[in-house]
Design a protein around this ligand. Structure first.
Ligand SMILES: [Zn+2]
Length: 361
């Protein structure tokens, strides 16, 4: 159960990951920034405030976006393909990416954002069940970090009610956050935004990439389903060497069966003047990753491209045909093997044809 904040204000709850310091200061342990926060002040993400020497999370249950999405939209292509996921976003983020596509919610201050409404963990799970979703996804901004108390309660309840839990995340988690969140999460899509510190420093305003990579390997070691997204931005992170190093890391540290999505960038937020990624660059990245031994490589944000489909890495047979976020055809055996050559395909749950369209509620 959550504990209320010493000031008794609505939607403020005590943050579990904190350390008291001298002089009434407190250290937030939610993300690798480990903000030291004096009394009355907020952490960098503005989602935690120091109230009389106690760190409180400010936006408990305040939700900005709710939708029933195809799980493919997260994107997760190997986790209950064709199912729907009850997707929830809050407000705020611990990264400050110049190209964020959800910047309206991620880069706003949680307490002053006007367009939120309260959703209790119980209401979230009941709604997910009522709409026939198979899972609950914490997505859009970075709920796992900025709304950690609410996410943990909701995820626990969701799991008890037989729903799977999904985190769509930047992976910029502290060790303490990993310990707390990973047991509650069944599947994650982690955004690996580049494969060097410089990009993180310049574009995401975080000093190091290492915590992101450590989150990926921690999820994997805990036996969780992991997929990775690498958004290719022209002239920022599209060098062949960088894509190759990233692909090598996937194969050696995460596993060649880990699905990787190379997504096409479209201009957003502070990168409105950067052009969309040429399709050729996406195709080249897909090719490089395959050359390096990644077995399931996908193109993202290019509806109709053959690289949206799943092919058997052994015989090349078409196993799952997709269009955008829709699963149009599943050609797998009951135990998820290639029908042609019998190769086992690492997919969690059964593949089903998509039955509906994304539903905004
Ligand atoms: Zn095959």
């Amino acid at each position: 159960m959550v504990e209320s904040c010493p000031d008794g204000k609505a939607h403020r709850v005590r943050a579990k990951l904190q350390e008291s310091l001298s002089g009434g200061k407190v250290r937030c342990l939610a993300c690798p920034r480990r903000c030291i926060i004096p009394e009355g002040m907020y952490g960098l993400c503005k989602s935690k405030v120091n109230v009389n020497g106690v760190l409180c999370e400010v936006n408990y249950g305040m939700v900005s976006s709710v939708a029933i999405d195809p799980v493919e939209k997260k994107p997760l292509f190997h986790f209950m393909p064709g199912s729907m996921t009850y997707s929830i976003g809050t407000v705020g983020c611990n990264l400050f990416c110049e190209h964020c596509q959800n910047w309206v919610i991620s880069q706003s201050e949680p307490e002053s954002f006007p367009h939120t409404s309260y959703l209790s963990p119980h209401e979230a799970v009941s709604e997910a069940l009522r709409y026939g979703a198979s899972s609950v996804a914490f997505t859009y901004n970075e709920p796992t970090i900025v709304s950690m108390e609410w996410v943990c309660e909701t995820a626990e309840l969701a799991k008890r009610m037989g729903l799977a839990t999904i985190s769509v995340t930047n992976g910029y988690w502290s060790e303490e956050a990993r310990e707390r969140l990973i047991p509650l999460i069944d599947a994650a899509n982690v955004d690996v935004k580049a494969f060097e510190d410089y990009f993180y420093r310049r574009v995401a305003k975080a000093p190091f990439i290492k915590p992101v990579l450590d989150t990926v390997t921690a999820l994997k070691s805990a036996g969780k389903h992991v997929e990775l997204t690498y958004l290719i931005i022209p002239a920022y992170n599209d060098e062949e060497d960088e894509i190759r190093s990233f692909s090598k890391w996937v194969v050696s540290e995460v596993g060649s069966d880990t699905p990787v999505h190379f997504s096409r960038f479209f201009p957003h937020y502070k990168m409105r003047r950067v052009p969309p990624t040429p399709l050729e660059k996406i195709k080249r990245a897909v090719k490089i990753a395959r050359e390096e031994g990644v077995r399931y490589v996908y193109a993202g944000n290019v509806p109709g491209d053959p690289s949206e489909n799943t092919y058997c890495p052994k015989c090349g047979a078409l196993l799952i045909r997709r269009y955008g976020f829709s699963v149009e055809r599943c050609d797998l055996s009951e135990d998820n093997r290639c029908l042609k050559c019998g190769e086992p395909i690492p997919i969690v749950g059964r593949c089903t044809r998509s039955s509906g369209f994304p539903l905004l509620i």
